[in-house]
Design a protein around this ligand. Structure first.
Ligand code: F0G
Length: 458
């Protein structure tokens, strides 16, 4: 059989409120052309993020009911801790309310003025937390990772030559840790190979710098290794994950992705001293170490989700269904980051709308077009998200890429809903030469994409 079916059936449904084009135009105007400010009930297919938006399994819901809400030493915590230790093999496990809380704690301890942290590509919250500590966040992805249409199996890889040069120039004493984000979300949901993590670890060891993984989409990354990297065809996703993380000294995790839950995260470390400092901060900002920022029931659901996400049928369906969307829209003529990522398809808005300059936000224009056309909400990952005002010159600096991400919530939308998205994209493609850019009329000083206001240009 060629068709890869959803390896589940639906037990509980949530109604989608249908809207007209006129209603959507009004909603968008009210939201100042920022899709983060549009109400969820005004969206038909929500591809804004795959974070916390997936469906939990009946086993996870059952776990919610047996969650142990004991303040200290909850049974659910030990279940959570044992599961994480079994999969990732780290010493110290700190539960947090989501990924960025783990980042905030880690970088408050190891970051600070004069420090630099390299990564393939920092996600925006990681970068913001590093910078908030006074440290510098440096992206060193391989050159292929910055060329949307260049096909490469592991476009999320770290440029290891650049990494070593960076370490020599910066001085190991100024680099508290090196990171690898799997999959590389900001670079298109692209995977990192086992060969790459091994080489990164070798370089880190040479300069005595610990390696941390941003583990959000670790299971999707494992599936890419299994299907693309020689020698891993016959290994299970769990075996691949264990090997990958054996090269690391710690990780940050948003459980809202590959732990298949709606809220949660964790921080893992092997270094006992740093772990103790992190625990002290955890108590201050999140909660007692056996619940962190979570309820016992959340810990239980995460423990179950971490097992389910490594099931081969799930991963095959997951990666195949994202590729399905990517391949179909590529056939229409839409320029995408090729091959499609694990959790999302990224449209290259710069290539689709060559007539809209970066600082008129071609990605934002495309995201608005898709919403008006069909109530499909994607997210701009370009100059709105990563552009900034240079403090010295006062000029706005655009991002390297102008992308729109269509992130697929896990186990949530059916094939026909994805076909509807494809039809919407086709209609937007047909009128691509008429699309207009936008002007930003308001912006906050950090993470401006969440609250910016825009006006369409005439
Ligand atoms: N790291 C990566 C690679 C992420 O994609 C995210 C979140 C985080 C860290 C932070 O985790 O949201 O639980 O605090 N990404 C979401 C997204 C928001 O839409 O890609 P969080």
């Amino acid at each position: 059989m060629k068709t890869v079916i959803e390896p589940f059936r639906i037990k509980s449904v949530e109604t989608i409120r249908m809207t007209t084009k006129e209603e959507r135009i009004e909603a968008l105007e009210k939201a100042h052309y920022n899709l983060f400010l549009v109400k969820g009930e005004d969206v038909l297919i929500d591809l804004l993020t795959d974070s916390g938006t997936g469906a939990m399994s009946s086993a996870q819901w059952a776990g919610i009911m047996i969650g142990d809400e004991t303040y200290a030493g909850s049974k659910s915590f030990f279940n959570f801790q044992d599961t994480i230790k079994d999969i990732f093999r780290f010493e110290h496990i700190l539960p947090t309310h989501q990924g960025r809380a783990a980042e905030k704690i880690l970088f408050s301890v190891v970051g600070g003025e004069g420090k630099s942290i390299p990564n393939n590509t920092h996600f925006d919250t990681t970068r913001a937390n590093i910078e908030a500590s006074g440290a510098k966040a440096v992206d060193l992805v391989v050159p292929e990772g910055l060329k949307p249409m260049e096909v490469h199996p592991f476009k999320g890889n770290m440029d290891t030559k650049a990494l070593e040069n960076f370490m020599i120039e910066t001085g190991a004493e100024n680099i508290p840790l090196c990171m690898l984000t799997i999959t590389n979300n900001s670079g298109g949901g692209q995977p990192v190979s086992m060969a790459n993590v091994k080489e990164v670890k070798r370089i880190c060891n040479k300069y005595d710098i610990p390696l941390y993984i941003d583990a959000c989409r670790f299971a999707e990354n494992a599936w890419f290794i299994k299907t693309r990297e020689k020698g891993y065809e016959n290994k299970t996703p769990l075996e691949i994950t264990r090997e990958f993380f054996s090269y690391a000294d710690g990780c940050t995790m948003s459980a809202k992705k590959d732990a298949l839950v709606n809220i949660g995260g964790f921080l893992c470390l092997n270094d006992g001293e740093i772990a103790q400092e992190c625990k002290n901060l955890l108590i201050l900002t999140e909660g007692f170490p056996t619940y962190g920022g979570l309820a016992g029931r959340d810990l239980e659901a995460i423990a179950i989700g971490l097992r389910e996400v490594l099931e081969e049928d799930y991963l095959e369906y997951r990666i195949r269904s994202t590729a399905f969307l990517g391949e179909k829209i590529k056939k229409i003529g839409i320029p995408i980051i090729d091959p499609p990522g694990g959790h999302a398809v990224y449209i290259d808005a710069k290539a689709l709308y060559p007539h809209i300059p970066p600082l008129e936000y071609p990605g934002q224009a495309l995201a608005c077009e898709l919403y008006i056309e069909a109530g499909v909400r994607g997210v701009e990952i370009g100059s709105v998200m990563f552009g900034y005002i240079d403090k010295e010159t006062g000029e706005e600096v655009p991002s390297k890429m102008e992308l729109v991400r269509l992130a697929i919530p896990r186990r949530t939308y059916t094939q026909s809903q994805i076909e509807y998205v494809i039809e919407a994209i086709e209609n937007v493609y047909k009128r691509r030469t008429e699309a207009k850019g936008l002007k930003m009329t308001y912006q906050a000083s950090a993470l401006r994409h969440f609250s910016a206001h825009f006006e369409p240009l005439k």
